[in-house]
Design a protein around this ligand. Sequence first.
Ligand code: ZN
Ligand code: MN
Length: 140
Amino acid sequence: MVKAKGFVRKTKQRGAILRVLRNTDTHPTADWVYQEVRKEMPHVSLGTIYRNLKTLVEMGEVQELCYGSSYTRFDGNPHRHYHFVCNECGKIEDLELDCIDELNKVVAREVSGRVYDHRLEFYGTCAECMAEESVSSQDA
Ligand code: ZN
Ligand code: MN
């Protein structure tokens, strides 16, 4: 009985985390997810959030995005898609670009092996940061 209760709680926590991630396209950090889930479940711990995020990634429900030294970000969209990352503000945008499956074949030839998948990230300056830049250059 105790075990069953624990299981229900765990499932509820995981469901809440997944809901938070599915309802945003901002690619948040674990800490942001924690703050959101806490609004619904005030007693949840950051450790629980981390553990469940790891499980959700393993289940293929959530994608983990690592960008060098900055915090790991999480993506509630499990389907393959490309990202644009702003170097100025760190924002991550989903691209409506079709994935280029041809690239897998090109790389497979290159390595004389088999390619199952690829990830592609574009880096630059987003529209908002561009607008800010032009405003501050007018001031100068
Ligand atoms: Zn930006
Ligand atoms: Mn995404």
